[in-house]
Each structure stands twice: as structure tokens, then as C-alpha cells.
Design a protein around this ligand. Structure first.
Ligand code: BGC
Length: 740
């Protein structure tokens, strides 16, 4: 967890001199601007090139000419952005260049696995590399500003947007957030292979009630600060250039007009200096939330709370001038917001060279560059989680007769996942094609199985029987099942997390054919795989693996690469367990304590409390043995002291392997109830077959701290437990004392 006291750069890692120089330049421009032009800079509209929300404003080109817009989103490619930029530069009175924003969430043209999958790799350098490639491609196609990273912590897999984040854990989410910011922004904002990042959605969106998208959020400020804010703060500390508000309410106040979030925490506590943009029509939604009487009132509340840029509803444009004249919004607030936007443009070098990102030659040379595809394939290999292996995987020697089953095996579109930027379906090879190409000497047969529809109640008896017969005639069957792209992501909440349609029946029938079977699941969220897990089959969760996902999957199936991913979210046994996460509080009647009458403990009468697959879990093709961990001492004496934990790991298998060693903390007695486990550190280590490796973790008081009921950060003395191991339910324990 990031301590709230941490201080570091607050806008693009600029030093004070560079920021001051940009500010001075922009103040000169600000002095020449009319109120209407300032409000124009504070307004952002979508182009008609792509659609990511409910409304498209007519005539955005006219807005550009008239200086009524500071930023356009959903516009990309060097030619189109140049065309729009020309309108701003040549035809608006002051020629202020536009800022082009886009959802570059897991790749621009080369599509990487969805962020939740990348989080499963726990490979922060590669996550950074993916964001950097995405930035390089986007920047070559006219984009200045990525609406990423999405860092919402979520513990409810019903919410479709879990696919965009790093899962349930604040520490993993924070490290993913920093890695992505570093990747998108690089070290020099003017470099042509980087873009400005925008951390989103600030804040609490991952806690929407019942996992229903756009629903309300009710969090105590303590939980918000402990669980949901750290990943945002990590992005700020990494120098993120901007922040996007979330759609939801927090304690009754929508995030887009929330002074606690937008003033107190973001500006006063974190000293963030970049602009805050709303999410899509979020100011308009203040009316639906029931906190604003009309558009004018909504605009007033948002701007006064600290919003600098209005995405898409045009309320700033329509009402801010009148609000300033009526003294309901100060001219100083307008200047503050405008200045932040101008400074962002200045720092990106747009005033000097407004077309520097629109370069067709660079675009052609950059998109889908072979090294980008290679990285996407490597990351996809590292993102797929091996959930079960009955010894079938890897398929070595390769089968002579292979049956491939399932509509998803023959789909290009469903490999990319939502928010695939400018990713093209034709860039991805299907799993079927990849298997056919790689097993050119084998007989590869295919059956689509059953259609994939949420509401499909047809039994599809014939199709299932045909698929099972095909499987019977093969040496090995690979069944690919799961969600199609629109079944997760924004507005993709589900109440049933099983395989949509009759895909479970299909997979079970193939397994029942007696042919050794690998079930590959694709999805944008944890699924309920309880019945499949009991079958004698290998189970590999591929998420949505991106443009190179099919090749990467085949690499793993054939043993040309080894699975090494670990779950960043618990997989439930059933939907009734949700929200489900490892870091829960013990309760007064925990099931794991001796209880005189187990009936009266905190549990279900029809299901275990534990997930089917816990946080941090994942198998590989080798075995890593953990020796007994050792501490160099058992008392931590104060803030500057440290304890070193050492552990030896031995790869006892015959293949090289990767282990994600996870270190959890438990504070058994504190002034408030503390989680039963809290991830405080991890290391991803590569260990050659037969090799032994000693790794160490350093424990400091900072990692023991938490936010108390007075909302203050504290470290309390006492005994602590450390739990180290391969996943949250497979650890060895040690204890030490904190005695400052
Ligand atoms: C999403 C944001 C996205 C925005 C712009 C909204 O619907 O919630 O994540 O950045 O659209 O496309």
C-alpha cells in the first residue's frame, strides 16, 4: 500500500523549473483569451470516428473552428488528426492546437491481453513495455493522450469492467498503475514515442453495488482510502499527467462534483497539478443522480468541485459564461482549469509543432511492428493461467489427430477484448488457424459446437453429439469456451458467471467422449468453473489474449512456452459468494477458528466461503519447492529499521519455471479489525530446471501501516504474522514484533 504521506512528482515528473517555465508561457496566452475561448479549452467532444458512449454532438468540426473545443477524442490516424488539427490551428482565432485523446487501454493497433490478463503475469517490466508500445503506436497515429491506466480495484466479477483493471488487490493494482504510467509517458513528455496518461476512474467505480455497471457506490472513507485510492495515488506518484472522474457516487456525492475527492485529496493532499477530465457525459449525469436541478446547476457544481474539462455533454460550453457573469463560478477557477489544459499542451510540445504526432510515414512504420507483435505474444504467454492439469499438458509429443471444438476457437474478434483501440480483427489469427499451422503434419478437425448467446436455452443436442463424436475420433481434443467480446467490459455486467449458452454441456460432452481434453476458457472476468474443475481435463484460462493470443496459446499447449501466470482475482465457486476477495476481515465468528457450534460461524450453508481458485493461484509445467523461510531478526525497532526475510526455492521439475513469490501480512490485534491477509510484496523469479535460488524480502514499518478510524495513517506496535508462498492459500507463516 502507498502511504498517504508519500510525496513525489505530481505532473509528468516535471521539475519545478520546467513546470514554471511552461506556466509562464501559458499565462501569456491565457491573458489573450476571451472567457468563451477559455471555456472552449475546457470542453471535449468525440469525433464520429469511433463511439464509446451514448451521444454524439453534431458539428464538432464547427466547434473546432470557433474555438469551442480544447480536445477531441475518438479521433485517430495521422491523416484525420492532421485534418482536424488544421481546423484548430488555421481557422480558430488563437490557433490553439487540439489535444487528441483516445482509450488506448491495452494496445493501440498491436493489441495486448486485456489489463486483467496482464496483471496475471505479475510482470511489471512487461506491463510497462506493453504500455510503451501502445503509446508509441498511438503517438504515431496522432494521439496525444491515452485514457489509461484504468486502476479500479474490484472484488465483484459480475462487473464487466474488471477486465480493464488489475483485479482485487490494492498493492498489485498500484504496481500495475505505476508501471503503466511509466510505459505510456516514458521519461520525456516531448518524446514522440510517448503520450500523456490519464488515470481513471477516480474513484470507487470498482465497488458498484451488485456489480451492476453505473450503479451506486457506498464506501466508508476509510475503505476508500485503504482499498480504492492507493492505485490512483500510485499513478499520481508515477507522474501521471491527468485524472478522469468516475460515473459513480461516493457516499451519496457523485465523483464528478465531489470536493473531497477533487479538491481535498487530489489537490491538497496529493498536490496533483494536471487537469481533471470527467468521464463521458458525467456532468449531465449529475441530474440523473439527483444532485443537480438542471444543466446549469450541474455545470456549476462540477466546475466548482474541481473538474477542469467536460467530456462530451457540452454543459461547460452552454453554461459556464453565464455562471461566471452571475458570480456563481469565479473567473479564477476558469483560469486555473484553462491553464492546466494549456500547460499539458505546452509540455507535449503542441504549441511549437501542432502536427508533430501526425506523421503518416512514422505511423506506417510503427503500427504492428514485428517487435510489437513479438512482445504481445510473449506477454500473452505470461498472462494465461493454468488452472488444472491432469498431466495432459504440455501436448508433447504433439498429437497426430486433434479435434478443435467451440465457436471461440474460430473467432478472431473475440481474442482482442473490449477497448481494443484501433486493433483490427484481421490482425489476429484464430486459435484453430494457429493450431493448423503449427501442427501441419497432424489431422486437425473442427466443430463449432454451440452458438454463444446469453439467453440461449436451446439444448443443441445434435451439435453437442456431433462435437463429441468428432472428439472421440481424435487423440486429443481442445475445447475453447467462454465469453464473446460484448459479454464483458463497459455495460457488460452479468448475474450468471457460468459459460454462456450451452457451452458447459458441450465441454462436458467432449470430456465424456473419453478423449484427453484441454478446456481453454476465454473471458473478460473470473468465471464460475466449478463443474469443469471436477472433470478429468486440463483447464487453461486464456482471458482475452490480444492480437497474438492464439499463437501464444499454442505455444503453451505445445510446451514451447510454460504457463507462469497467477490469478489477480479470486475465481468464485458460485455467484452467490460475490463480492469475493482474499483480503476480507476475520469477522467475529470466523470459520477457521475452533468454534463450539460451527453452525453459528460466518459461512454459507450451501457453499464453502473459499473461492474455487484463490488469489495468486496458477500452475506451471514444473514444481517449485519452498524451503523454510528465515528472518534475520524478529523485532522491528522503528521507522528506519528493517527485517530481512530469506527463502530458498528449488525447481525440482524438468522444465525451467517462473515463480511469483507472494508475501502477505496479518496484523492480528490492532485498533481496527485488519484483513486476514494483505499482500505487501511479491517477486517474480525465473528458476532454471534443477536450480536453487535464494530470494529476500525487506520488511519495514511502512508496510505495517494502515488507515485508522480517525482516517490517519498509523503503524501500531505489536506482533505481526508474515505468510509467504505460492498463493494466498498456500503459505508458510513467521512472526515478528514491531516495537518502535
Ligand atoms: C468510459 C471511459 C472512457 C470514456 C471515453 C466512458 O464511457 O467509462 O473509461 O475513457 O468513455 O471513451
Amino acid at each position: 500500500m502507498v502511504s498517504p504521506s508519500a510525496t513525489s512528482p505530481r505532473f509528468f515528473n516535471l521539475d519545478e523549473h520546467a513546470y514554471a517555465a511552461a506556466e509562464t508561457r501559458c499565462r501569456t496566452l491565457l491573458a489573450r483569451m476571451t472567457l468563451a475561448e477559455k471555456i472552449g479549452q475546457m470542453s471535449q467532444f468525440t469525433s464520429d470516428r469511433d463511439t464509446t458512449g451514448p451521444s454524439i454532438r453534431e458539428g464538432y468540426q464547427e466547434d473546432i473552428r470557433a474555438g469551442r473545443v480544447g480536445s477531441i477524442f475518438n479521433a485517430f490516424d495521422a491523416g484525420f488528426t492532421r485534418e482536424l488539427q488544421t481546423l484548430a490551428v488555421n481557422e480558430s482565432r488563437l490557433g490553439i492546437p487540439l489535444l487528441f485523446g483516445y482509450d488506448v487501454v491495452h494496445g493501440f493497433r498491436t493489441i495486448f491481453p486485456i489489463p486483467l490478463a496482464m496483471a496475471s503475469s505479475w510482470h511489471l517490466d512487461n506491463v510497462e513495455a506493453a504500455a510503451h508500445i501502445a503509446a508509441r503506436e498511438a503517438a504515431a497515429a496522432g494521439i496525444h493522450w491515452a485514457f489509461a491506466p484504468m486502476v479500479d480495484v474490484s472484488r465483484d466479477a459480475r462487473w464487466g469492467r474488471v477486465m480493464e483493471g488489475a483485479g482485487e488487490d490494492p498493492l498489485l493494482s498500484s504496481r500495475m498503475a505505476s508501471a503503466q504510467v511509466r510505459g505510456y509517458q516514458g521519461s520525456d513528455p516531448r518524446a514522440l514515442d510517448s503520450v500523456a496518461a490519464c488515470v481513471k476512474h477516480y474513484v470507487g467505480y470498482g465497488a458498484v453495488e451488485a456489480g451492476r455497471d453505473y450503479n451506486s457506490v457506498d464506501l466508508s472513507e476509510r475503505v476508500m482510502r485503504s482499498v480504492h485510492l492507493p492505485s490512483h495515488q500510485a499513478a499520481i506518484n508515477a507522474g501521471v499527467a491527468s485524472v478522469m472522474t468516475s460515473f459513480n457516487t461516493v457516499d451519496g456525492v457523485p465523483a464528478s462534483c465531489n470536493p473531497l475527492l477533487l479538491r481535498q485529496i487530489l489537490r491538497d493532499e496529493w498536490h496533483f497539478q494536471g487537469p481533471v477530465v470527467t468521464d463521458y457525459t458525467a456532468i449531465m449525469e449529475l441530474i440523473e443522480h439527483g444532485v443537480a436541478a438542471d444543466p446549469r446547476d450541474a455545470a456549476r457544481q462540477a466546475v466548482n468541485a474541481g473538474v477542469d474539462m467536460d467530456m462530451q455533454d457540452g454543459y461547460f460550453l452552454d453554461h459556464l459564461a453565464e455562471l461566471v457573469e452571475a458570480d456563481e463560478v469565479s473567473a479564477a477557477r476558469i483560469d486555473e482549469a484553462t491553464l492546466r489544459i494549456l500547460i499539458l499542451k505546452d509540455v507535449l510540445g503542441l504549441f511549437e509543432a501542432p502536427y508533430r504526432y501526425c506523421d503518416e510515414a512514422r505511423e506506417a512504420a510503427t503500427l504492428l511492428a514485428p517487435e510489437h507483435r513479438r512482445k504481445a505474444r510473449e506477454i500473452a504467454q505470461q498472462s494465461m493461467v493454468l488452472l488444472e492439469n491432469n498431466g495432459l499438458l504440455p501436448l508433447s509429443p504433439a498429437p497426430k489427430r486433434l479435434a478443435v471444438i467451440g465457436e471461440l476457437a474460430d473467432s478472431q474478434a473475440d481474442l482482442l477484448g473490449p477497448w481494443h483501440g484501433n486493433g483490427q480483427v484481421q490482425d489476429a489469427c484464430t486459435i484453430l488457424q494457429a493450431l493448423q499451422n503449427r501442427l501441419s503434419d497432424a489431422e486437425v478437425s473442427y466443430h463449432a459446437g454451440v452458438p454463444i448467446h446469453i439467453h440461449d436455452t436451446e439444448p443443441h443436442t445434435n451439435e453437442i453429439a456431433e462435437a463429441a463424436t468428432l472428439a472421440q475420433q481424435a487423440d486429443v481434443a481442445v475445447v475453447v469456451v467462454g465469453e464473446k467480446e460484448p459479454m464483458s467490459g463497459e455495460a457488460g455486467s452479468r448475474t450468471d458467471l457460468g459459460l454462456p449458452g450451452q457451452q458447459l454441456a458441450l465441454a462436458l460432452a467432449v470430456i465424456a467422449s473419453g478423449t484427453p481434453t484441454v478446456v481453454v476458457t476465454l473471458s473478460g472476468r473470473p468465471l464460475v468453473l466449478t463443474e469443469l474443475a471436477q472433470q478429468p481435463a486440463a483447464l487453461l484460462h486464456g482471458w482475452w489474449p490480444g492480437s497474438e493470443g492464439a499463437e501464444a496459446l499454442v505455444d503453451l499447449l505445445l510446451g514451447e512456452a510454460s504457463p507462469c501466470a497467477r490469478l489477480p482475482m479470486s475465481f468464485p465457486r458460485n455467484v452467490g459468494q460475490l463480492p469475493l476477495y482474499y483480503g476480507q476481515l476475520p469477522t467475529g465468528r470466523p470459520v477457521f477458528r475452533e468454534n463450539p457450534d460451527p453452525r453459528y460461524s460466518s459461512k454459507y450453508i450451501d457453499s464453502p466461503n473459499t473461492p474455487l481458485y484463490p488469489f495468486g493461484y496458477g500452475l506451471s509445467y514444473t514444481h517449485i519447492d519452498y524451503a523454510q523461510p528465515q528472518l534475520d531478526k524478529t523485532t522491528l525497532a522503528g521507522a528506519d529499521d528493517q527485517i530481512t526475510l530469506a527463502i530458498e526455492l528449488t525447481n525440482t521439475g524438468e522444465r525451467d519455471g517462473v515463480e511469483v513469490v507472494q508475501l502477505y501480512l496479518r496484523d492480528p490485534v490492532a485498533s481496527i479489525s485488519r484483513p486476514v491477509r494483505e499482500l505487501i510484496d511479491f517477486q517474480r523469479v525465473e528458476i532454471a530446471a534443477g536450480a536453487c535460488q535464494r530470494i529476500t524480502f525487506v520488511i519495514t514499518a511502512e508496510q505495517l501501516g494502515f488507515i485508522g478510524s480517525d482516517l490517519c495513517w498509523r503503524c501500531e506496535p505489536g506482533q505481526f504474522e508474515l505468510h509467504i508462498g505460492a498463493h494466498v492459500e498456500d503459505t508458510q507463516a513467521l512472526t515478528f514484533h514491531y516495537e518502535p
